[in-house]
Design a protein around this ligand. Structure first.
Ligand SMILES: *Cc1c(COP(=O)(O)O)cnc(C)c1O
Length: 485
């Protein structure tokens, strides 16, 4: 039973006169505040909630347990790679020599940090198979935007300003067309075949001399590896365009295949997904990009470089698109990624992907007995099931199953994405989950499907709030507490 007290606001628990601290008596003459601040001094008491220490601790501790997290629950959120965040990373990233650095310190006094970032660039380049790296973008979506700006600068340099068309498969993440729109490009959607792969005929008919970039997610958001990726890259390259790889699904292919080897010219990583950075609540993230040599001159500045055995920030890059973020990027997230890569090593990263794919295929094989999956052939690190048949026959939707899973102690999978699948339920178990956890999840789904539609519509019923009006909650959020009277 969840503690309902935790759902009350701290203001409502307060009682005037309660105290959370015991300060010794003041042993120096009290100075009149007005002497110091004059007109700026506060005239009225600040109306802060007053509580005893125990009440404050209990309130926030209980509040913290209302959320589901990777540390408390299985969290199979497709496309988001909510993997276990090793505690070692947290300890290392909070070492004083790392957290206490000021970004304005001169390069000479931050050689260690610059070396760490430079080494991370080398690792990312190696994993991507693309030699030039910028660590600056602050999220995957920001990496997409940055890479498209790099592409635009490249085409401008070639005098090909007419290239403003971005091709995006219909299963793409919404950030892909959004990033294209933000650089002023137009998006053309490419159809998928019934098996989830890119429809090559549709692609051929839409590529032209205005094509700038084909943005592809591989493995795709359906959890399928695009087997014709080489052919696709050849088509796009023959038309003078570039291939952008949305690297959100790198968890399936680390150390197994490299985007640079299968035709990508640019890509982003999501270190907060693939390299275990914690990313609940939308951040913080990072979105380093890797590009081919001929695109390197356009990367954002400053770049972390090694010159004569010394590490430095390079600002002199006349063709650079300039800064896309303050300082060097989200360093805290990058440090965690560095620790994760080092801790796993070359063989370890490959094992990460192998286990991620194995876990997903195990879940797919068990779940498809109760829930139809879009593609019954083997998946990569995630797969998409559909509640479409259940909806038609019994009025049970993907949302019902997702909400009811909360009562069973599981974070819901991603639902209603990708958009090409009606009543989509997108499941990504990640590599660290045990067989027991996966089995328990399957059994929960089976039980849920056995329940009545009404029971499911009324769920969840173990959470403080059951089904908020999500549209109103997002459009008109109430962010300020007001006393009832
Ligand atoms: C998460 C994701 C993105 C966006 O990455 P952010 O780091 O959240 O900005 C883009 N594409 C796909 C397929 C994703 O899963």
């Amino acid at each position: 039973m969840r503690n309902r007290q935790a759902t009350r606001l701290i203001f409502e628990l307060a009682k005037p006169g309660r105290r959370a601290n015991l300060l010794p008596k003041c042993d120096v003459p009290a100075t009149e505040a007005s002497e110091i601040y004059g007109a700026a001094a506060r005239k009225n008491r600040l109306n802060l909630p007053e509580l005893a220490e125990g009440d404050v601790v209990r309130h926030f501790t209980n509040l913290s347990t209302l959320n589901m997290s990777v540390d408390t629950h299985f969290y199979p959120l497709g496309s988001c790679t909510m993997k276990y965040n090793p505690k070692r990373n947290e300890r290392l990233a909070s070492l004083p020599g790392i957290v206490d650095l000021h970004p304005h310190l001169p390069s000479d006094s931050v050689q260690g940090m610059l070396e760490l970032l430079w080494r991370l660039q080398c690792y990312l380049a190696d994993i991507a198979g693309l030699p030039a790296v910028s660590l600056q973008p602050a999220a995957g979506a920001h990496g997409e935007l940055t890479a498209l700006m790099v592409a635009r600068a490249y085409f401008r340099d070639l005098g090909q300003m007419e290239r403003t068309q971005v091709l995006v498969p219909d299963s793409a993440h919404g950030t892909n067309p959004a990033s294209a729109a933000m650089v002023g490009y137009q998006t053309t959607t490419i159809r998928s075949c019934a098996d989830g792969s890119v429809d090559l005929d549709d692609l051929r008919s839409k590529i032209n001399s205005r094509t700038a970039v084909f943005m592809i997610t591989n493995p795709s958001t359906l959890g399928l590896f695009e087997a014709k990726i080489r052919e696709i890259a050849e088509l796009v390259h023959a038309a003078g365009g570039l291939i952008y790889l949305d690297g959100a699904n790198m968890n399936a292919i680390l150390g197994i295949t490299r985007p640079g080897d299968f035709g990508a010219d640019m890509m982003h990583f999501n270190p907060h997904k693939t390299f275990s950075g914690p990313h609940g609540g939308g951040g913080p993230g990072a979105g380093p990009i890797c590009v081919r040599e001929f695109l390197e001159p356009y990367l954002p500045i400053p770049r972390v470089v090694k010159r004569d055995g010394r590490f430095d920030l390079q600002f002199d890059a006349p063709k650079s698109i300039g800064r896309v973020r303050s300082f060097f990027g989200n360093v805290g997230v990058l440090v965690r990624a560095y620790c994760y890569i080092l801790a796993n090593g070359r063989e370890g990263l490959k094992a990460v992907s192998q286990h991620a794919v194995l876990n997903a295929n195990y879940l797919l094989a068990r779940l498809q007995r109760s829930l139809p999956v879009v593609n019954e052939r083997r998946c990569m690190h995630e797969f998409v099931a559909s509640a479409s048949k259940l909806k038609k026959e019994r009025g049970i939707t993907a949302l019902d199953i997702a909400k009811r899973l909360l009562d069973y102690g599981f974070h819901a999978p991603t639902v209603y994405f990708p958009l090409t699948v009606p009543e989509a339920i997108m499941i990504e178990p990640t590599e660290t989950e045990s067989k027991e956890t996966l089995d328990a999840f399957v059994e929960a789904v089976e039980q849920i499907i056995g329940e009545s539609a009404q029971q499911l519509h009324d769920s969840p019923n173990s959470t403080p709030i059951s089904r908020p009006d999500e549209v109103t909650a997002a459009r008109k959020p109430i962010m300020i507490w007001k006393p009832a009277s």
